[in-house]
Design a protein around this ligand. Structure first.
Ligand SMILES: NC(=O)c1ccc[n+]([C@@H]2O[C@H](COP(=O)([O-])OP(=O)(O)OC[C@H]3O[C@@H](n4cnc5c(N)ncnc54)[C@H](OP(=O)(O)O)[C@@H]3O)[C@@H](O)[C@H]2O)c1
Length: 257
């Protein structure tokens, strides 16, 4: 079996880690982290244990030079990239009217600009079977308290992904977005800030009766980057236990958050 090469941004923890660990079965792996070198090294050990040749790169995606260095180090080491998963994101969870251009630049640089540059630099090294997978959010569809800025960036991400699907499709490369519902990660805990009434509201409004785990998202990511998904491109796949099917609890949540 020829291993493909995968870069998952923000793969030292959370959803990114779960996806990269899953891909390690048939991909060599680039572990990308920003702040926690020890966590990135731990993920590298886990994926190496699954047989993956492994590269660890630390880069702040808010910094254009570091993004360029990330892409260049992947291509220098492996000479190709087959699977690019744009997972990393950070923002200020605040009312939109309270944020200024500093926050906006940081959020859009991390979520949008970094990916435009990563695809620009790596797409020439992607052949048939290549995959671009972006991790969106329900905040692009619903006005969620504190998510105004991130929702704007995630809406842009969905739109960009459709264009990559069209432009890269003739070369056998697909591009899709996974939109998770609330997922049990550090980021959700930061957002909830110990407010158990908000957590309960989310669970109560999720038809399957629980919140998503990183592995729920990784299950779908694994499928979308597999050869079995060769004809799925330009799509948004929602993984949310049905929370958006009945509109979600966003209005009531805004009262509590
Ligand atoms: N959790 C949810 O409920 C949920 C729901 C819908 C969508 N999502 C999306 O799923 C993705 C992963 O979320 P998560 O909950 O797993 O988040 P998380 O636990 O906060 O992890 C985010 C990852 O992104 C990295 N990152 C953030 N800013 C970065 C920057 N400027 N440069 C480089 N790396 C950076 C972090 O690195 P450091 O650890 O070094 O900071 C971390 O590895 C995000 O795009 C998020 O918007 C999450």
């Amino acid at each position: 079996m020829t291993r493909r090469v995968a870069l998952v941004t923000g793969s030292a923890r959370g959803i990114g880690r779960a996806i990269l660990e899953r891909l390690a079965v048939d991909h060599d792996c680039v572990v990308h982290g920003r702040r926690d070198a020890a966590a990135a090294e731990e993920v590298a050990r886990v994926v190496a244990g699954k047989g993956a040749d492994t590269l660890v790169v630390t880069a702040d995606l808010g910094d254009a030079e570091q993004v360029a260095r990330l892409a260049d180090s992947v291509l220098q080491r492996f000479g190709r990239l087959d699977t690019l998963v744009a997972n990393a994101a950070s923002t200020a969870f605040k009312p939109l009217v309270d944020v200024g251009v500093r926050h906006s630049r940081m959020t859009f640089a991390t979520v949008v600009d970094s990916l435009v540059e990563l695809v620009h630099r790596t797409a020439p090294a992607m052949g048939a079977g290549g995959r671009v997978l972006t991790i969106g959010g329900l905040d692009a569809r619903f006005a969620q308290a504190g998510h105004g800025l991130l929702g704007g960036a995630k809406a842009a991400l969905e739109a960009l992904t459709r264009s990559w699907a069209v432009e890269l499709g003739p070369r056998g490369v697909t591009a899709n977005t996974i939109v998770p519902g609330p997922v049990l990660t550090d980021s959700l805990e930061t957002y909830l800030n110990g407010q158990d009434d908000v957590r309960r509201l989310l669970v109560d409004h999720t038809p399957v009766g629980r919140l998503c785990t990183p592995d729920d998202v990784a299950d779908v990511a694994e499928f979308l980057v597999s050869p079995a998904a060769a004809m799925i491109s330009g799509q948004v796949v929602t993984v949310d236990g049905g929370v958006s099917a009945q509109g979600g609890p966003w209005g009531a949540m805004r009262e509590l958050w």
